[in-house]
Design a protein around this ligand. Structure first.
Ligand code: FDA
Length: 502
C-alpha cells in the first residue's frame, strides 16, 4: 500500500526524476517515486519482457486499440500497425491535434523506448538556449557526471566499418559525403559490445532484432539499470508503479498533498489515495509535469503559479524523412535499431540541422535511408487547461512545423541532387516527404528561469521543484536526454545544499 507520508516525493521515473531520486537517497532522505506506468521486469507468455517490434501486442502501447508507429506506411500500405488490447504498454502517443508526442511509460520513462543516443549539445548552442546557466560548470562537471552515470559508450570504429548492423549508416554516410556533408559518431547507452556479439550470434538479439520503440529485451542501459538501480541501492528510495499523480494541493503548513490514482495493468481504477510530502519534485516529463502545474493553477489548487507555466514548449525541431536509394545501394536486411551516426550540419548559418541516420528495422531490404533531423525551429507552443477533459491541451499548429521542414529540405535536397536520388513519399500515411506531425523530443512548458528560478524551484511556492525536460526551452540541438540528465544533476546539487541540508 501507498504510504501516507514521505519526506520527499518524486513524480515520474524518467531522466530528471531518476537523477533527483538518486541524489536525495544518497543524502539520506527517504524518497518515494510515483510512476504511472509499470515495472518492466516480468516476462510475458513468450518469455520476453517487451513485445517484438515487428509483431507488437498489448505490451507495445499505453491503452490503445491499435499501435501507432511513426512510420505509418510502406508503399502506402499500413504494414507496421496491429490491433492490440488496451493495456499499460510501454510507448504512449499523446495526440494533440496537429502535434503528437511520443512518450515512454514505465519505470525508466523515455529510457525504455528511446534510441539510446546520448549526445552532449554543442556548447555554443547550450549557451544560447540557457544563457543564465554556467556553461563552464556544466561542461566541466555535470555533463561528464551524467555521461558516466548513464553508461555512455561509442561504437568501435573498426567494427563499424565492416559490420552488417550498420551497413545502412555507411550507405547514408556515403550519400551525405557526396553532397559535402560530414558525419559524426553518436555516443549511445546501448552496450555496443553486446551489439557486436548479437551480430556474431553469441547472445540473444535485441537491437539487431529490430527492437527499439516498444522496448529492448537486452543490451540497453535504460535508467532502471543505471540511475534507478543506484537510487534503490541507497536503501532510501522506493518506487510505486501504476500510480498516477492527478492533483497537487498545498497545505497551510507548507506541505503538499498529492491525489494519486491507482490503476491495474488493464486500466481499472483501483482507488484514489492521498500522499503527503514536504519536498515535491516533478519529473513527469515535459507533457506530464506541465499538465500537473497547468491543472493546479487553473483549478485554483496552486493559484500562485504564474503565466509562464505552460509556455515555451517546442519539438526540438524534429522532422523525419526518407530517401530512396539506388537498387545497388542496399542498406541490408539486418539493421541495428540503435543509430550510430549523425549528419552534422549545425554550423549552417541559415538551416542548422543535426540529422540522425535512423534504421528501417523491417527485417528485409527496403532501399530506404531514413533520417530524424533535429533542426533549429524557433516556433513555440503552449499548454492551456481544458476543464471538460481535466487535461492540458497543447496549442501548436501545422504551420509552426514549417521551419523544421525547410531546414531538413535544404539538407536533403542537396544530398538527393548529389546522388541523383529522390525522397520516399510512401512512408507517412499519405504522399508527404517530410513528417513533422510528431515529436520524440518534447521540451519546455516549465522553462528554467521563467516558470522556475535558475535551479528548477517553481516560482510562487517553496519546496516545489521541476527536474525534467520541461525546464529546457523547446530545443537543445541534439537528442535531449543527456542535457536533461546533466541539468538535473546541477539543480539537485544546489537544492540539496541550500534547501534540504539546512
Ligand atoms: P520522461 O518522459 O523520460 O519520464 C517521465 C515519466 O513520468 C514517465 O515514466 C511517465 O510515465 C511518468 N509520468 C508522467 N506523468 C505522470 C503522473 N502524472 N504521475 C506519475 N507518473 C507520471 N532522447 C535522446 O536523448 N536520445 C534518443 O535516442 C532518443 N530517442 C527517443 C525515441 C523515442 C521513441 C522517444 C519517445 C523519445 C526519444 N528520446 C531520445 C527522448 C527522451 O527519451 C526524452 O527526452 C526523455 O525521456 C525525457 O526525460 P524526462 O525526464 O523529461 O521525462
Amino acid at each position: 500500500p501507498l504510504p501516507e507520508y514521505a519526506p520527499a516525493v518524486v513524480v515520474g521515473t524518467g531522466y530528471g526524476a531518476a537523477v533527483t531520486a538518486l541524489r536525495l537517497g544518497e543524502a539520506g532522505i527517504p524518497t518515494l517515486m510515483l510512476e504511472m506506468g509499470k515495472l518492466w521486469t516480468t516476462p510475458g507468455a513468450d518469455g520476453k519482457v517487451f513485445c517484438p517490434m515487428l509483431n507488437p501486442d498489448e505490451r507495445a502501447m499505453w491503452f490503445k486499440d491499435r499501435t501507432e508507429a511513426p512510420l505509418a506506411s510502406f508503399l502506402w500500405l499500413d504494414l507496421a500497425n496491429r490491433d492490440i488490447g488496451r493495456y499499460a504498454g510501454v510507448l504512449d502517443r499523446v495526440n494533440f491535434g496537429d502535434m503528437a508526442v511520443y512518450l515512454g511509460r514505465g519505470v525508466g520513462g523515455g529510457s525504455l523506448v528511446n534510441g539510446a543516443m546520448a549526445v552532449t549539445p554543442k556548447r555554443s548552442y547550450f549557451e544560447e538556449i540557457l544563457p543564465r546557466v554556467d556553461a563552464a560548470e556544466m561542461y566541466g562537471k555535470y555533463f561528464p557526471r551524467a555521461n558516466a552515470a548513464l553508461g555512455v559508450n561509442v561504437v568501435d570504429p573498426g567494427w563499424f566499418e565492416t559490420c552488417r548492423s550498420y551497413q545502412y549508416a555507411r550507405v547514408s554516410r556515403k550519400a551525405a559525403g557526396r553532397a559535402g556533408f560530414g558525419t559524426v559518431f553518436v555516443p549511445s547507452v546501448y552496450d555496443m559490445d553486446y551489439l557486436r556479439r548479437e551480430e556474431a550470434g553469441e547472445v540473444p538479439r535485441s537491437a539487431d532484432a529490430s527492437e527499439v520503440i516498444y522496448g529492448n529485451n537486452h543490451g540497453k542501459r535504460s535508467l532502471d539499470k543505471s540511475y534507478l538501480a543506484a537510487a534503490l541501492g541507497t536503501g532510501k528510495v522506493t518506487i510505486e508503479t501504476l500510480r498516477e499523480v492527478r492533483e497537487i494541493l498545498h497545505q497551510p503548513d507548507g506541505t503538499y498533498t498529492l491525489v494519486v490514482r491507482e490503476i491495474d495493468e488493464h486500466g481499472t481504477v483501483l482507488g484514489t489515495r492521498h500522499v503527503n510530502t514536504r519536498y515535491l519534485f516533478l519529473g513527469a516529463g515535459s507533457v506530464g509535469s506541465t499538465e500537473l502545474l497547468v491543472r493546479a493553477r487553473d483549478t485554483g489548487r496552486l493559484p500562485g503559479l504564474g503565466e509562464a507555466v505552460g509556455r515555451g514548449w517546442g519539438t526540438n525541431g524534429n522532422v523525419m524523412c526518407g530517401r530512396a536509394n539506388h537498387v545497388w545501394d542496399t542498406t541490408g536486411s539486418l539493421q541495428s535499431g540503435m543509430p550510430a551516426l549523425g549528419i552534422d550540419n549545425w554550423a549552417d548559418p541559415v538551416h542548422p540541422a543535426f540529422a540522425e541516420i535512423a534504421p528501417v528495422p523491417a527485417g528485409l531490404e527496403t532501399w530506404v535511408s531514413l533520417y530524424l533531423a533535429i533542426t533549429k525551429n524557433p516556433e513555440r507552443g503552449h499548454f492551456t487547461y481544458d476543464a471538460a477533459s481535466d487535461s492540458a491541451k497543447l496549442h501548436w499548429t501545422a504551420s509552426q512545423g514549417q521551419p523544421s521542414i525547410d531546414a531538413a529540405k535544404a539538407l536533403f535536397d542537396k544530398v538527393n541532387r548529389a546522388n541523383r536520388t529522390i525522397y520516399r513519399y510512401d512512408l507517412f500515411g499519405d504522399t508527404r516527404a517530410f513528417e513533422n506531425r510528431f515529436t520524440y523530443h518534447p521540451l519546455g512548458g516549465l522553462v528554467l528561469g521563467e516558470a522556475t528560478d535558475d535551479y528548477g524551484r517553481v516560482k510562487g511556492y517553496r519546496n516545489l521543484y521541476v527536474t525534467d525536460g520541461s525546464l529546457i526551452p523547446g530545443s537543445t540541438g541534439v537528442n535531449p536526454f543527456v542535457t536533461i540528465t546533466a541539468l538535473a544533476e546541477r539543480n539537485i546539487e544546489r537544492v540539496l545544499a541550500e534547501d534540504l541540508r539546512g
